[in-house]
Design a protein around this ligand. Structure first.
Ligand code: F6P
Length: 319
């Protein structure tokens, strides 16, 4: 049996430990592991290579992905998908294990519909926005990178009378912002999934200033696209000098946390076991503290929703 691993879309920390486990567990199960380099772009261009132990030694602690990734526009043209299929055929690849978001799973579904290629998906995105799984690879590392940045900003924030607006990634999903706000002692948390009330926040903040508050930390999810507006709001309505920090791509870096290394191990072991059993078009998911799998279609035809309980915990930072 020949099995290939690829990363697609935004990379995340945890992909390298997953890659290491992929090679080692495949070999243990007498499966031949292949790498598809540079995601869907590399698949189209035939960047496929048999993998060995030596490829994965010394990578477990590294962020990013040694097999690299891409966002591919060409893949959405049939002639390039045919090339991708022919490349897989050349190496007799039975199953592709893809680490990525639901956009990547959708891409593999198309390839599977058209050419019968099998795939197993591993949710891997810092956004934590994939339906059917409570956890996506890379989220814990991203949260720790953000926590460290917010802690550092707090050092300078606490030296001035200022408001700091910090924008986190996550596309349309506010998970990173929400968990960050809850765990960093922020005063404000704005995410696309929850309503907010600037008037009541203003009343609360002015009262707190009267009582001695010296600075504010506001966490705003990028999906709202209002970070600049909130910075100006602090200056105009609260009367505090403000600074805005867009954390950006540092959130995708950093060496994988212990949690992500272990999650990588579990996600990949489960994916390979599914391939061995001949399971088709599955996504490995983490639910109720267990790794399991569900049909790809269920994942790609539904939308992730943040646990309402978590939103409820952050309500006083929203209104
Ligand atoms: O999906 C992961 C992610 O990091 C999002 O949080 C962010 O909006 C996007 O990718 C950034 O994409 P790019 O690296 O292509 O700029």
């Amino acid at each position: 049996m020949n099995i290939a691993l690829m990363a697609s879309g935004g990379d995340c920390s945890g992909m390298n430990p997953a890659t290491k486990r992929f090679v080692e567990y495949s070999l243990e199960k007498n499966i031949t592991p292949y790498f598809i380099y540079e995601g869907l772009e590399g698949l189209i261009d035939g960047k496929i290579k048999k993998a060995s132990y030596t490829d994965v030694s010394g990578i477990i602690y590294r962020g990013g992905t040694i097999i690299r990734s891409s966002r591919s526009k060409r893949f959405y043209e049939k002639k390039y998908r045919k090339k991708a299929y022919e490349n897989l055929l050349k190496y007799n690849i039975d199953t592709v294990v893809v680490m990525g978001g639901d956009g990547s799973f959708r891409a593999l579904e198309i390839l599977s519909d058209e050419f019968g290629i099998n795939f197993i998906g591993i949710p891997a995105t810092i956004d934590n926005d994939i339906y059917g799984t409570e956890y996506c690879l890379g989220v814990d590392t991203a949260l720790n990178v953000i926590r460290s940045a917010v802690d550092d900003i707090r050092d300078t924030a606490s030296s001035f009378n200022r408001a700091f607006v910090i924008e986190t990634m996550g596309r349309e999903c506010g998970y990173l912002a929400l968990i960050t706000a809850l765990t960093s002692g922020a005063e404000m948390c704005l995410i696309p999934e929850a309503s907010y009330n600037l008037d009541s926040l203003k009343k609360k903040f002015l009262k707190q200033i009267n009582e001695g508050r010296k600075y504010f930390i506001a966490i705003v999810a990028e999906g709202l696209k209002i970070s600049k507006e909130i910075k100006e709001w602090f200056e105009r309505e609260i009367g505090f000098e403000s600074r805005m920090t867009v954390l950006g791509h540092i959130q995708r870096g950093g060496n994988p946390t212990v949690f992500d290394r272990l999650a990588a191990f579990e996600f990949v072991s489960c994916a390979i076991d599914l391939a061995i059993k001949g399971e088709k078009r599955k996504i490995v998911v983490y639910k109720n503290s267990k790794f399991n799998s569900i049909d790809s279609k269920i994942v790609t035809s539904n939308t992730y929703k943040i646990d309402e309980r978590l939103i409820h915990l952050a309500k006083d930072m929203m209104e």
